[in-house]
Write a protein that binds this ligand. Structure first.
Ligand SMILES: NC(=O)NCCC[C@H](N)C(=O)O
Length: 407
């Protein structure tokens, strides 16, 4: 087990990372509810898992330790009272109202072995599985349009990035913007509170309570120990940014500044990391299609304990200033052809993940972007993602770094 939790950059050598192997939750995606569950297509689970296993192998190329959320949770629910607590927490944030149904779902999951219990909480529980255990008829048993699940599936669970961010030595748990993903962060909070990995290392929570409005990990990039970049996006709100800024800049005095990059609020660019990531000490990659519509701001501690903000002239200048460099390069994903760039962005070309300075994981389908990255001298480790890509996320989305070497 690692003896430290710490992330102070997006590129320091990766020592430990949290992931989730896609499971039967993907087999609970039905066409009628795809949009509600934030998917555009239905991935083939068997192949998605093979692709994810290869991805995990790539993550470990330089010896990083890969932890699976589901396995860590399984370990702690050996304690029956914690198993109970986990189930109750999911029921509390579920759509269930009927008391009998709640009891049945609770008892059913409680009776499962720990591995299957965690798998079921993530996969969701269909009404058919437990309907026979009911003694009386509820309204939803009678309707023709009845929703098929008591407990909703969480197909986006494999995008662990979005659940939270390690910022220096503390953890910021996200507040998921959409109802469909709201229950996902229960696992991270639960691990933080109960698993030795976090508990023994006294990892502080940067925000004890819940952040009042949406902020998702895909919008949070750790530039260096003094600077965070936050995307103001479809999923991350102004007020969440202000809350986090107040906490980290004023109350905890952990950071010196936060760069906010405002991007168009669109499904294709749901988080900042779908259009902009850090690829090297002084290099970034951006989807050129949004270049003319972004705005950059800098938040900093003002007088009297207030966070103050100013609009910045250029993203390049702001980044180089915060990094203490004379200049930085922002490279276009997909190159100069706007059609290729848009197609590759949709398939997560810009969602790259650095495992150490100079080594980067990408999806192999983004041929043009990969060529550009190689021409920069980077060691590009390509992974197959014909199925993983259907969830609209890439290598950056599928990872929550727990420990990176300082750079
Ligand atoms: N950081 C990311 O961009 N994560 C990808 C999330 C995809 C997921 N299907 C969602 O729409 O939330």
């Amino acid at each position: 087990m690692i003896n430290e939790i710490k992330v102070s950059s997006e590129i320091g050598k990766l020592k430990a990372v949290l992931v989730h192997r896609p499971g039967p939750e993907l087999d609970h995606l039905v066409p009628r509810y795809l949009e509600n569950l934030l998917f555009d297509e239905i991935p083939w689970l068997k192949r998605a898992r093979e692709e994810h296993d290869d991805f995990v192998e790539a993550l470990g190329t330089l010896g990083a330790q890969v932890y699976y959320t589901e396995k860590l949770v399984e370990e702690i629910i050996e304690d029956k009272s914690l198993k109970e607590e986990l189930i109750n927490e999911h029921l509390k944030f579920s759509t269930l109202f009927d008391k009998e149904v709640k009891r049945i779902v609770h008892d059913y999951i409680m009776g499962l072995d720990n591995k299957t219990a965690v798998e079921t909480i993530i996969a969701g529980l269909s009404k058919d599985t437990v309907r026979d255990l009911k003694s009386e008829t509820s309204f939803s048993d009678l309707t023709m349009k009845s929703y098929p699940f008591y407990l909703d599936p969480m197909p986006s669970m494999y995008f662990t990035r979005d659940h939270g961010t390690v910022i220096n030595k503390g953890l910021l748990v996200s507040q998921m913007f959409n109802f469909a993903r709201r229950r996902e962060t229960i696992f991270l909070r639960f691990l933080h509170k109960n698993h030795p990995l976090f508990k023994n290392l006294n990892t502080p929570l940067w925000f004890e309570g819940e952040i009042p409005t949406g902020i998702e990990g895909g919008d949070v990039l750790v530039l260096n120990k003094d600077t965070l970049i936050i995307g103001f996006s479809e999923r991350t709100t102004e007020s969440a940014i202000e809350s986090v800024a107040h906490m980290l800049l004023i109350e905890k005095e952990e950071l010196k500044q936060i760069i906010v990059i405002e991007i168009p609020a669109k499904r294709a660019y749901m988080h900042l990391d779908t259009v902009f990531t850090v690829i090297d000490y002084d290099k970034f990659i951006i989807y050129p299609g949004i270049k003319n519509s972004i705005h950059t701001y800098r938040l900093y501690p003002g007088k009297n304990g207030n966070v103050r903000a100013k609009a910045e002239e250029s993203l390049e200048h702001t980044l180089s200033d915060c990094l203490g460099l004379s200049s930085v390069k922002i490279i276009n994903s997909g190159g100069d052809n706007s059609i290729t760039a848009a197609r590759e962005q949709w398939s997560d070309s810009t969602n790259t993940f650095v495992i150490a300075p100079g080594s980067i994981i990408t999806y192999n389908r983004n041929e043009e972007t990969n060529k550009i990255l190689r021409n920069l001298g980077l060691n590009v480790i390509e992974v197959e993602a014909s199925e993983l890509v259907r969830g609209r996320g890439g290598p950056h989305c599928m990872t929550m770094p727990l420990l990176r070497e300082d750079i």
